[in-house]
Every structure is written in C-alpha cells, then in structure tokens.
Design a protein. Structure first.
Length: 120
C-alpha cells in the first residue's frame, strides 16, 4: 500500500495548516481568518480520512465477498476481485488522498463562508 508515501505528505500538510492556524490566532491582524482556518483544517482532515476509507472499502469488500462465496484462485471471478483489490489498495489511495484533502478543505471553506455571512 502506498501509505508510506501518502502519510508523510499528509502529516506535513496538516502541520502546515496547524502552523497557519496558530499564526492566525497569534497575530491580531490575521485573527479574522481564524474561523476559516479551523474549518479548512477540520474539513481537509475529514476529507482525507473519508476518501481513504472509501478506497480501502473499494479494495477490501470484494475480497471479503469472494472469501465468503468461496471463490478460489482458479475461478475467473478471482481476476475481477484482484483488480478491485489492486485499484482500491494501491492505485486508489494515490488518487483519492489529494482529492479528499482538497475537497474537504473546499467544503470547510464553504461552510465557514456560509456561517460567517449568515451571522452578519
């Protein structure tokens, strides 16, 4: 699984977001961005986790179903199961991790914009 590549990058991005959030809290001129910052941080974490959970399920559910149905390695359906496992466990995380991170950040930004403009 490619998580040895993905997790350090995610940790670095999370650290950068946390530092930016701390700067927004510490510097009075940037304090107006604080409601946006924490929602973007929360959204990007949630998006990353949800996207990777979906990718893992995409790879593991067919394997579990094949095991429950008793599909062995010689069965033609085993190739389909192997394709799902390959996509879900190896290729999928490389694609869905940045999409989940950016999509979650975008949703967090939209929620912040909606929450702040609803109160003003």
């Amino acid at each position: 699984m490619p998580y040895f590549v993905i997790l350090p990058i995610f940790a670095g991005l999370l650290l950068a977001e946390g530092l930016a959030l701390a700067m927004c809290a510490a510097i009075p001129r940037l304090r107006a961005a604080l409601p946006y910052g924490w929602r973007v941080l929360l959204g990007s974490c949630a998006g990353f986790l949800c996207a990777n959970a979906a990718s893992l399920l995409f790879g593991l559910v067919p394997v579990a179903c094949a095991a429950a149905l008793g599909i062995d390695a010689d069965d033609p359906a085993a190739q389909v199961v192997a394709a799902f496992a390959l996509l879900g466990l190896f290729v999928g995380p490389l694609i869905v991790s940045p999409l989940g991170f950016l999509g979650g950040a975008w949703l967090g930004l939209r929620r912040a914009r909606r929450a702040l403009h609803a109160t003003h």
